[in-house]
Design a protein around this ligand. Structure first.
Ligand code: HEM
Length: 483
């Protein structure tokens, strides 16, 4: 210990000469690796270090709450990643430092997305989920992943810009995909792959010219992704045809009463951020929902019985039914619990040195929160029943840990909840989800693979069969097409 290190670091792999733990820090399946570290080092608080950069991994909810909630003033920064600027991603609120620029963005997000205000977006959710139901009925099952992705992107584009997506071949989507996948790879490579110490520099083992060419491409595509919907909405407004959206109402205020340039830029940044923040996460959660339903048909039947009893089969469920559908609520909580789309959340960072449980946590430490296996018994089992008390009433454990912690907790969680709930209830009302089938209708094994892309974990090879529950429900969906 030295004067600048007043207590030991938390347990973790032994650092190697010069490179520290650079080779130990996992770049894939990190969540699982950190659970192995917990057993190996007999600690739920873990530490790794490489060339002066520290990572703290919290494997218990108690520690995450203590540090990220109670000491949130110190634990709400994000890691400083110069590459963010190189990629042109400074607009992204999730990556911003804990400063006044972030505070203004967060405040405006809260005004728009808090409970009570987020209902503004419910009509968009209903309209896009209805389109999704029509797609499910009319396109073959092999298109399920495409349909989910389209819905997850159509919602933020419509609610942020009034931009109505026809297909995934849309130029805005293509630009956004390229920007996210190439930029994400570069960011992850530079940040994690044996290279935590080089945080944010272009990865050194990728030839510099190649890395800077990729960065340039990312910047170009990011600009395109921003330009296309903004220009389109301005054109629609000029023609008097724009639908209500966050950006439309900002532009209306700009032209009527005037707003500051700072406010205008902030709202544009929010819209761009939400596109990315909402689409990947909801794609991942919706795919998990379909996957789990194909495996647990008993749970599906129970949910459908609840919908039939409360809503009947003559209309689709709506938000007004939510309080009367506790089993659907429990399914929503359980889908979000069992496979959080961001298994390590988005890393936080400390602003100051800290001492916790006798361990030293230096300023600038990157903090990753892991899924706590002990918070729920039998954590790998899909059991909506765990959210009911002994008298059969839905319990009050409505906190969704998948939305993160403290002052950086997902600012869109009420919007996300409204989207996920509506998808779950609408799909269950209209369709039976089963295992994949061959051409003769024989059931095939259900694939269990998940893949991590950057910090997001996706269900891949989703191969469910999706069939209308009855002629009545098929008719309900067909009627939507006419509306
Ligand atoms: C299933 C859906 C979603 C999940 C699981 C999810 C999860 C998360 C998580 C884990 C974080 C980081 C929290 C932390 O740092 O502790 C986050 C941040 C964020 N989310 Fe979500 N999210 C979802 C949907 C949405 C939606 C629909 C929106 C917008 C309407 C949104 C907007 C944001 C923003 C802006 C941030 C950055 C907050 C900040 O850094 O201050 N998210 N989300």
């Amino acid at each position: 210990l030295t004067k600048s290190q007043p207590a030991p670091y938390p347990p973790g792999p032994k650092p190697k000469f010069l490179i520290g733990n650079a080779l130990d820090i996992p770049s894939v399946k990190s969540s699982k690796v950190y659970v192995e570290w917990e057993k190996k080092y007999n600690s739920k608080i873990l530490h790794a270090e490489a060339l002066g950069n520290h990572i703290l991994v919290l494997n218990s909810l108690e520690d995450a709450d203590e540090l990220l909630e109670k000491r949130s003033k110190n634990y709400s920064d994000r890691p400083h990643i110069p590459l963010v600027k190189i990629l042109g991603w400074e607009f992204n609120i999730s990556l911003m430092q804990f400063d006044d620029v972030w505070r203004l963005h967060r405040k405006i997000c809260q005004q728009n997305f808090r409970k009570g205000a987020s209902e503004e977006y419910d009509p968009v959710h209903v309209s896009k989920v209805n389109d999704f139901l029509v797609d499910l009925l009319s396109t073959p099952n092999s298109n399920l992943e495409t349909n989910i992705k389209k819905l997850s992107i159509a919602i933020p584009l419509a609610s942020m810009y009034g931009y109505h997506l026809e297909s995934l071949d849309d130029p805005c989507v293509i630009a956004a995909e390229k920007s996210a996948s190439e930029g994400g790879n570069l960011l992850i490579t530079a940040t994690y792959v044996n290279a935590f110490p080089f945080l944010g520099r272009l990865p050194t083992w990728v030839p510099f010219a190649k890395a800077s060419r990729i960065a340039e491409e990312v910047r170009k595509n990011t600009k395109e992704m921003m330009r296309i919907p903004t220009e389109k909405i301005k054109k629609l407004m000029a023609e008097g045809k724009a639908s209500p959206s966050l950006v439309t109402s900002m532009l209306e205020r700009k032209f009527s009463s005037g707003i500051t340039a700072e406010e205008e830029a902030t709202i544009e940044n929010i819209a761009y951020t939400v596109y990315g923040a909402a689409s990947g996460t909801t794609t991942a959660s919706m795919a998990t929902f379909f996957h789990l339903m194909s495996k647990h048909r008993d749970i599906q039947r129970k949910a459908q019985a609840e919908i039939d009893e409360v809503v009947g089969t003559k209309r689709l469920p709506g938000y007004e039914d939510r309080p009367r559908l506790p089993y659907i609520e429990a399914i929503y909580r359980e889908v979000m619990r069992i496979a959080a789309p961001l298994p390590l959340s988005v890393p936080h960072a400390t602003l100051e040195d800290d001492i916790y449980k006798g361990y030293f946590i230096p300023k600038g430490t990157t903090v990753a929160m892991n899924h706590d296996p002990e918070k729920y018994t039998d954590p790998d089992a899909f059991k909506p029943e765990r959210f009911f008390d002994a008298s059969g009433k839905l319990n009050d454990d409505g906190r969704i840990l998948a939305y993160g912690f403290g002052r950086r907790v997902c600012v869109g969680q009420h919007v996300a909840s409204s989207i996920m709930w509506l998808v779950i209830v609408s799909v269950l009302a209209c369709f039976d989800i089963g295992a994949p089938e061959d051409d003769d209708g024989n059931e095939l094994p259900i694939n269990e693979d998940y893949e991590e892309v950057g910090i997001v974990r996706y269900k891949i090879n989703l191969g469910c069969s999706v069939k209308a529950r009855s002629r009545d429900t098929a008719q309900l969906v067909t009627n939507l097409r006419m509306e």
